[in-house]
Design a protein. Structure first.
Length: 207
């Protein structure tokens, strides 16, 4: 009967998988993580990392399966709840997304990425004011995240706060000049702001 590998060995392999993931070598990371899971099917950390790597590879069903398994083994797996929330958002199931992301936020407060996803889910689900406040909190935690800047910019754009939206997209482009989303959104802001200015004189003329 094989004995369990020592904890130091497990941690070292998890760390190696994490480095591979950060370097974009998701498939190589998964080889290590799946070996760990074969040795210990209840390794929650390995399941969380598998879910995260599968998400990055766009294999959403596999990511969901691993995330749900992690939560089943540990109800306080904030990574599992976050990944489920992200996947619900991707499917535009804003109610389920908000529920999962609130759980992740409760377990891991002050995490900019969790707050970004929660803010977007709330805003998209109709809770606009709460969504914007949550996205602002995410920005306070990570002022140089172009993802947060763009999500918050789009929220302000939809709320027709064009000056605020423009400032956010310009900041994103200052950080990443080739950010296509920020470029397209900035163009949309300028078009809509001009349209709004053109409409005002016509409305006054009618009065």
């Amino acid at each position: 009967m094989l004995s369990d590998p020592p904890l130091s060995d497990v941690l070292e392999r998890l760390e190696r998988a994490e480095q591979l993931k950060l370097n974009g070598a998701h498939q190589e990371a998964l080889v290590i993580l799946e070996e760990l899971l074969l040795e210990d099917p209840e390794n929650v950390s390995a399941l969380e990392e598998i879910a995260d790597n599968e998400l990055s590879l766009g294999r959403f069903d596999r990511a969901e399966t691993a995330a749900r398994r992690a939560i089943l083994l540990d109800a306080e797996s904030y990574t599992g709840h976050y990944i489920l929330g992200f996947l619900h958002s991707r499917g535009e199931d804003w109610t389920s997304a908000s529920t999962s992301l609130r759980k992740a936020n409760a377990l891991k407060p002050n995490n900019a990425e969790i707050l970004r996803c929660l803010g977007w889910a709330l805003f998209s689900g109709g809770q606009r004011a709460q969504g914007i406040v949550t996205l602002e909190r995410a920005l306070n935690l990570d002022a140089e995240s172009t993802l947060v800047l763009c999500d918050l910019g789009v929220a302000y754009l939809q709320a027709q706060n064009f000056p605020k939206a423009k400032t956010l997209f310009l900041h994103a482009l200052n950080l990443e000049p080739n950010n296509q989303r920020a470029q397209e959104c900035l163009q949309a802001v300028e078009r809509l702001a001009k349209l709004a200015q053109d409409i005002k004189p016509r409305e006054k003329a009618r009065k």
